[in-house]
Design a protein around this ligand. Structure first.
Ligand code: NIG
Length: 380
């Protein structure tokens, strides 16, 4: 089955040469088969005229925590009344997640994944990290692998209340890693005061790398610290948050393959400063934007919101923000097949009810996603 999408006012491809005007795209099966001028569009089984709208790759959301149960509205209300965010809230979700059935966890994950898809997210990563026992982390990984395209093991999210930190890190690096390995591609560590320190983070990253997993790090979320440096030293694909960065952190990111994944919805929801996107981009670092959808620090699946915040409040240009939320996310997941519109790429495409991606920031808060194809299949 092939589909010609024509009448595209502005086609963001993320390829050299900038956006194409008056363009068309052919999706054939699950791949993009042709990209060019509307006037040259070849015959296809189906023709969809988007009548002067903008088309861009589906969002690549490279950081979510969607295997969870429970609700943290009260914590959010307290924060909005002036309380600080702390890693300790994770334990509330751990209790609710452990108490939930497999079916409830899978349904919750699917509900949020579908919510993201309706808003244009066609490739989504999600993590374990609300189980924190061998059985609960393995269950979370298995459930995540049933729905999400990219799965990350985050046993090192928090030392479970009452546990000894060193023994827990031993468990994460040994039995827990063995139990989740069949289901995950990545391992992650929350390197922060109140979570895991430099030595513990290094141990988990080394153990995961020895198992053949790709690495990610939650770093520099609540203050400066060793997270960025460790991520770069261990060759992590991405270090996520990057809200508080030293000059050395920025330089280290700029001269490495580690992507700086910024999570603006989290910074807003936790009332932190917004991550220094401009400093990173000006230094030459690769930046991704992701939702960090989770019930505690960032309860949104909206990549459009992240893009508009990045433009309006983090001084990214629209082009930089859209790239970061598509091709940047793909780089953070070390993927070549998503985040771009080019021949051979996966047929993940979204249409905006607007003539240009500029409207994502020009009309903040307006749900602009008009149509979505994932793997060539029309999803909305
Ligand atoms: O990325 N920082 C650690 N983990 C999540 C928060 C999870 C939670 O508060 O439940 C984050 O913000």
């Amino acid at each position: 089955m092939s589909t010609l999408i024509t009448g595209i006012a502005e086609l963001t491809t993320n390829e050299p040469g900038g956006p194409l005007r008056d363009a068309a795209v052919v999706l054939d099966g699950d791949r993009i088969a042709w990209v060019g001028a509307s006037a040259d569009g070849p015959v296809a089984d189906e023709r969809v005229d988007v009548a002067g709208r903008a088309v861009l790759p589906g969002w690549v959301d490279s950081h979510t925590h969607l295997v969870f149960a429970g609700d943290r509205t009260a914590e959010f209300e307290a924060r909005m009344a002036g309380e600080a965010y702390s890693a300790g809230g994770i334990a509330v979700t751990v209790d609710a997640t452990r108490a939930a059935t497999d079916e409830a966890l899978a349904a919750n994950l699917l509900r949020h994944t579908e919510e993201a898809l309706r808003q244009g997210t066609t490739c989504l990563e999600t993590k374990t990290g609300y189980g924190l026992s061998v059985a609960d982390e393995q269950r979370s990984a298995r459930i995540a692998a049933g729905t999400a395209e990219e799965v990350t093991f985050l046993g090192a999210h928090l030392v479970p209340p009452g546990a000894d930190a060193e023994s827990y890190v031993d468990l994460v690096c040994g039995e827990m890693l063995d139990a989740v390995a069949p289901y995950v591609r990545w391992a992650d560590v929350f390197c922060e005061t109140g979570a895991f320190d430099e030595e513990q983070t290094g141990r988990v990253l080394s153990a995961a790398a020895a198992r053949g997993l790709g690495l990610r790090v939650h770093g520099n979320q609540l203050g400066e610290g060793p997270g960025v440096r460790l991520a770069v030293e261990h060759g992590a694909a991405s270090v996520d948050h990057c809200t508080y960065l030293s000059g050395a952190d920025v330089e280290a990111l700029a001269s490495s393959d580690t992507v700086a994944t910024l999570l603006p919805a989290c910074d807003l929801s936790t009332r932190q400063a917004l991550a220094p996107a401009r400093r990173l981009l000006d230094a030459g670092a690769t930046v991704a934007l992701a939702s960090n959808a989770n019930p505690g620090s960032s309860y949104t699946t909206s990549m459009g919101f992240c893009v508009s915040t990045a433009v309006l409040q983090m001084r990214m240009t629209v082009a930089e923000a859209v790239y970061a939320a598509t091709a940047g996310g793909a780089r953070a997941l070390r993927r070549q097949d998503v985040g771009r519109i080019r021949v051979g790429a996966r047929a993940d495409v979204q249409v905006l009810d607007a003539p240009s991606v500029t409207h994502l920031a020009y009309r903040p808060g307006v749900p602009l996603t008009a149509a979505v194809w994932r793997r060539g299949e029309r999803m909305r």
